[in-house]
Design a protein around this ligand. Structure first.
Ligand code: DQA
Length: 147
């Protein structure tokens, strides 16, 4: 796929997980909207959620070989812990946008550091599920300009 959307740990519980912070949308409904948005632009999109750091690393490596042009990633808690995800994204050299549903800067101090942000094209945090759609709009525009 041209665009890969990655969701980190616990995001499979969206809709029931702390809805006051993360909203009422399920991951499935978010992914469906993104698929429709990409389809309308004639661009292929794949989405993966995993609770396992290594599975996300493996999928990023695969992206480096399968022609993926842009990654949209909500690394969830791995944002604040994972040198491995940072290194994987740098290894495949695919541009990426970091998305968070909540405003991580308005929460606990440990959420304010990201291992990815300084390497991201951009970071969207606090706009809920809309953040993914805005990130995708950017990626689609970027791909259009690039070819
Ligand atoms: C999150 C923010 C992270 O701090 C947290 O660990 C998550 C979700 C967000 O989307 O707001 O699991 O990435």
């Amino acid at each position: 796929p041209a665009i890969l959307v990655l969701h980190g740990p616990n995001l499979n519980l969206l809709g029931q997980r702390e809805p006051g912070i993360y909203g009422a949308d399920t991951l499935d409904s978010i992914n469906k909207r993104l698929s429709t948005q990409a389809e309308q632009a004639g661009v292929s999109l794949d989405a993966l959620q995993s609770n396992h750091e290594g599975a996300l690393v493996d999928r990023i490596h695969q992206a480096g070989a399968d022609g993926t042009r842009f990654v949209i990633i909500n690394p969830a808690a791995y944002t604040h812990t994972s040198v491995a995800l940072r290194d994987a994204l740098l290894a495949v050299n695919i541009p990426f946008i970091e998305v968070h549903l909540s405003n991580v800067h308005a929460r606990e101090p440990f959420r304010q550091h990201s291992y990815l942000s300084d390497k991201a094209v951009g970071v969207i945090s606090g706009l809920g599920a809309l953040g993914y759609e805005l990130a995708l709009a950017y990626a689609l525009r970027d791909l259009r300009i690039a070819h």
